[in-house]
Write a protein that binds this ligand. Sequence first.
Ligand code: ARG
Length: 578
Amino acid sequence: MLDPLEVLKSLVRDAAVAALGPEYADVDPQVRRGQHADAQADLALGLAKRVRKAPRAVAESLVAALPPNDLVERVEIAGPGFINVTFASSWLVKAATERLRDPRLGVARANTPERITIDYSAPNVAKEMHVGHLRSTVLGDALARLLEFRGHTVIRQNHVGDWGTPFGMLIEHLLDRQGQPSAGDYEVSDLTAFYKEARRKFDDDPAFAERSRRRVVALQAGDAETLERWRTLVDISKRYFETIYAALDITLQDRDVAGESMYNDRLVPLVAELQERGYAREDNGALCVFPAGFTNKDKEPLPLIVRKSDGGFGYATTDLAAIRYRLFDVEATRLLYVVGAPQTQHFSMVFTAARELGWLKPPARAEHVAFGSVLGADRRMLRTREGDSVRLVDLISEAVARAEAVLETKAPDLDAETRTKVARMVGVGSLKYADLSNDRVKDYVFDVNRMVSFDGNTCGYLQYAHARIRSVFRKLDAGVELGPVELPATADAAERTLVLNLLGLGAAVDAVETTLEPHRLTSYLYELATSFTSFYEKCPILSSEGTVRASRLALAELTARTLHLGLGLLGISVPDRM
Ligand code: ARG
């Protein structure tokens, strides 16, 4: 373990056991970076009541019980009982120097690698992907990359909406259009228009509606011709989703599609089993399950409808089949669902049902990775002027175009070809970063100009810090010596802060793994880049000499690598020059 804060945490925990007793083994040491020293531990204040001693006395007994170690150089108790810790520079420089040889930059491999399913993106066939899908896609992909890097086996599940009643009208509409010019080769950008046309005919033309209903029956019965038309629609959509994934640099592939249709054959036996076990019962003609603890405003139990009164199966039935598949066929122990907050109740009900059925039990657990909405400048759901939901493709091209404009002023030396390439990395990166750096469960305001600026907690700021370091190295001869890192007593505070920050990547990644909140990693990277900026201002690199220069070059190199890896884990690429 090379993160001083992590080492300090375990020292403090050991001290708590030694000073207060074994029942304190899992106390939270409340260790964080300090204002007055390198770190501080605040646990004494919270423990006072339990221990029945004044917080300062608790702090004193903890400090006295710290096991011997070579990390902690000085400890002071401040105010009511904060424990301020100064680390030994010798420890820090050794850790930083060792990091130069660690390709994982302090990110440990998981002790118990798991099989983790991540349900994300999940757009709907024949519908445009919108900003809600953007969040799911970007968050899910970042989590997938990060968990994979930790050594878990990630099984991506793109739960595409590719089944159900809308396909009746869509297929009928496709057939109606077939005689006409341009039939067959719909782009999905028109598929939205296509969907709307079908919908309008369905609402206005009873004969069309009737045909559509018959078509749904044929689809569910597996009629060959109907299935072939359905396939056509699904394939057009899938090709379109793939272009978006490519534009956004998303790792989802065709083999990750596990759409609603995949569960079709499982629904009849599933529902039969629920009935046999007495878990499902009729309610107003529909077959329902009633997971415990869910009631409507009149305190009546809330149902998950597993078979509608017309005999059809819906979203909930499919999700019950899906959770079962993920537990028993995929054999996952951690099931993540990256879906918007409005579906919170749906997933709690599905998870509760899976527990009541005895499917979902420890060590397996399911988590709804909920996220807030993307808002427009007016703080309402982001919409176009016409009131339609904003298309993802338009957002991507806008972000890239704005990034290109910013680069024209900020990086005028780039040749046109490089600028276009870099603009894509900055534009797409910014779009992702804005999404990831906001607290996942909160709504956020979509502001392209802020997103692509290079100031503040933005993607461009981090990418720029990385490019600047790379440009320092371009000025040097090949084979330049890096390190060892040193921190003499005369070192600037900025240099020490940078070293401390460099050692924190592992903890930031761990925090994301536990909380599934990528903003913990972006905040870390932002802090790292800020501390590099102060270091760069205060501690000249190229004009310094000898071991000082070698050490500073090592710190710059480690910063660049950390930004590169950290952003990479979030699915964001970093250019070498900009
Ligand atoms: N297709 C759905 C939508 O667009 C999201 C599906 C999420 N995953 C799931 N297993 N229900 O809202």
